[in-house]
Design a protein around this ligand. Structure first.
Ligand SMILES: [Zn+2]
Length: 327
């Protein structure tokens, strides 16, 4: 429904609240005040009070006894150029986790590293998959559909949360750019086994990247993509070709300071480094060595499975700040 037709929002200066009037059917109106996260209400306030903002379509949803109004707001955001960034945040996405490394463009020092584990997603998908299969065997298709939806929603929730962590991690640094590797190669890297494996591994990497890009744009953070040949096989310290042993990366260069590193962290440094090389003057191959050692440093953060776990980190901002080195 369109604003001023199906629904109308008004911002009240005095009590700092947003009032709504929704007409789900002709001659039927519902009035009240919106409740929600302060940052979301602030967006609506901007949409109502500022010229360059506008309200678009809204959708009314009912779930578990609560009505939700999903409002679309529109504005133009100015995003800096990737090559002007001071901090390069390399993102390595694979079937187990997401590794982030922030490098200072000037000194190539590591400013922070964060590894986000999402093994729980796989486990949860496996669980739904098993139940779904059993229901199918017994011809209970309605439950099957419900579970499919539940699995979808769960994945959505995780992607949403993790993409927020990525953006908040980047936001902590001065003038960042988020760097992705070209994902076209990632499918080859994951070994597909049985049908089950294929299904479980089919995490929506592309969708995840899109979500990060979308959230980054809102926060005026540019993103860019780099080619990634041998990304996971090159040493992020000396550039030498090495090998992976499980989650370890081993450098074969005897004179290298970093003999071993967390494999995914190593790959994320390479992604950030490639963004530096992309905009460096001269032939990239001729500068294909590291002038500065980056010390391995990993904090592993797990996202809780159901979102109701006791150990659940209180906010994505808190998770994002865990991987930051403070000196
Ligand atoms: Zn090395």
């Amino acid at each position: 429904m369109a604003h001023t037709e199906g629904y109308r929002l008004t911002y009240n200066d005095e009590d700092d609240r947003v009032a709504f009037r929704v007409s789900p059917k002709p001659y039927k109106k519902v009035k009240g005040h919106l409740r929600g996260r302060p940052e979301d209400l602030a967006l609506i306030e901007s949409a109502l009070t500022e010229d360059e903002w506008s309200l678009r379509q809204a959708e009314l949803l009912y779930r578990d006894g609560v009505y939700y109004l999903h409002v679309t707001v529109k504005t133009e955001v100015e995003v800096p150029e990737p090559e002007d960034a001071d901090t390069l945040v390399g993102v390595d996405i694979n079937e187990r986790n997401i590794a982030l490394t922030a490098l200072n463009r000037e000194t190539m020092d590591t400013l922070g590293t964060l590894v986000l584990d999402y093994g729980s997603v796989k486990a949860e998908r496996q669980r739904y998959h098993t139940i779904t299969k059993r229901c199918q065997e017994h011809g209970q298709h309605s439950i099957h559909n419900q579970l499919g939806e539940k699995e979808e929603r769960y994945t959505e929730w995780v992607l949403h949360r993790m993409s927020r962590v990525v953006v908040e991690f980047a936001q902590q640094f001065s003038n960042p750019v988020i760097v992705f590797e070209d994902l076209s190669g990632i499918r080859d890297a994951i070994k597909y086994g049985t049908y089950m494996n294929r299904r479980l591994h089919k995490l929506p990497f592309h969708k995840f990247e899109q979500q990060i890009r979308y959230k980054a744009t809102w926060n005026q953070i540019p993103c860019e993509t780099v080619e990634s040949p041998y990304n996971s096989k090159s040493c992020s310290c000396c550039g030498h070709r090495g090998y992976r042993q499980g989650r370890r990366f081993c450098c074969t260069n005897d004179s290298c300071e970093v003999q071993q590193d967390h494999a995914d962290r190593n790959a994320s440094v390479n992604v950030a480094w490639r963004a530096w090389a992309k905009h460096a003057d001269g032939d990239v191959e001729s500068v294909n060595y590291r002038t500065r050692k980056t010390q391995p440093f990993v904090r592993k953060v797990s996202l809780s499975g159901s979102g109701r776990s006791v150990n659940r980190p209180s906010s994505s901002r808190e998770i994002a700040s865990r991987g930051v080195l403070t000196t």
